[in-house]
Design a protein around this ligand. Sequence first.
Ligand code: PLP
Length: 404
Amino acid sequence: MPKLNENFLRLEKNYLFINIAKKINAFKEANPDADIIRMGIGDVTLPIAPVVIEAMKKGCDEMGVKETFKGYEDSGAGYDFLKKAVSDYYRSFGADVSPEEIRINDGAKSDCGNIVDIFGDDNVILVTDPAYPVYVDSNLMSGRKIIYADSNEENGFAAMPDYNVHADIIYLCSPNNPTGSVYTKEQLETWVDYVKKNNAVIIYDSAYEAFITDPDIPRSIFCVDGAKEVAIEMCSLSKTAGFTGMRCGYTVIPDALKVTASDGSEVSVSQLWGRRQGSKFNGVSYPVQCAAAAVFTEEGMKQIHENIAYYQENARIISDTMTKLGVKFTGGINSPYIWFKCPDNMGSWEFFDLMLEKIAVVGTPGAGFGKNGEGWFRLTAFGDRQKTIEAMKRFEKLVSSLKK
Ligand code: PLP
């Protein structure tokens, strides 16, 4: 009889968004005419930029011609033209990342989850709480010990290291999902210092870097001196360029990142990951890589920034409503997420039910992202403008009625 990996039994039974979908379906059945506005799931809604679609079509055409047809890509780590484009992009905001240090993938989620394959099961994992669920789930699946650094109202939902606590692998995400908070350069310098003192490694998720408008906020961990010796970064075109259904991202593992094996030899993390990927991953499709490269052209950047600006305006509308109502929140600036404190000290799920029942607006209960998310709530700016405005009108009425 096959034995299970019983670590999977330690996971929450359902992924957060499945629980939410169940509640929405029950509500829909009871209220078939309700005009539900969804501001929960962090998916984009605007179509992909025309220049990107054109590049993908051209890539498809090339696949249909003998001379330009492509089969397996040699390395599976991405075509040089795309790695060069990503490297130039990094350099444009002050992170010195070479094309050889970049690996193209099918989005940030896979690598965020899979990267732990190359690290031993006896590592202590540090995750900020609340967090994007993949960091916790992928380590629960492999039975690792997870400890938490608190992100809370007091620290502006930007957890900092406790030098008295040791960890081997630290997950950081900035701009943060779900809290919308960002780390300053000084804060990241502190994390790099902590990691060096602990002989540890940072896994840095910068999936929302394109939403940073403040030039002083780092868009990559590699904007920080010394980070190349201690960090791996995952980024993605999902939110930058609407690739959630297209699937393309990139992971940076610097050449300088080395870990000492038990026999005392120095092992290149990049080489080990390349070996893992060589066995388990055959690369991203050529047309998608053509599309991704178009994102980084001058015209591509112009077009994707029109979409980003649209979402940023939605974020402003949501943030302004919170400010007007005196509701405490983080995010909204440098981030497409608005993370707010539930009125009247309500619990996250209690407020979720209230919003759904009273105003048919769906958000994400903060409690689904960790214990410090209890009592907090996430809204996304990725929706339609008119619906965002309408949702905020309903929200204002609801919160005002609670004050009476
Ligand atoms: N990282 C964070 C923080 C996210 O919020 C998401 C998606 O919502 C991802 C990674 C995964 O993105 P993808 O796999 O679409 O690149």
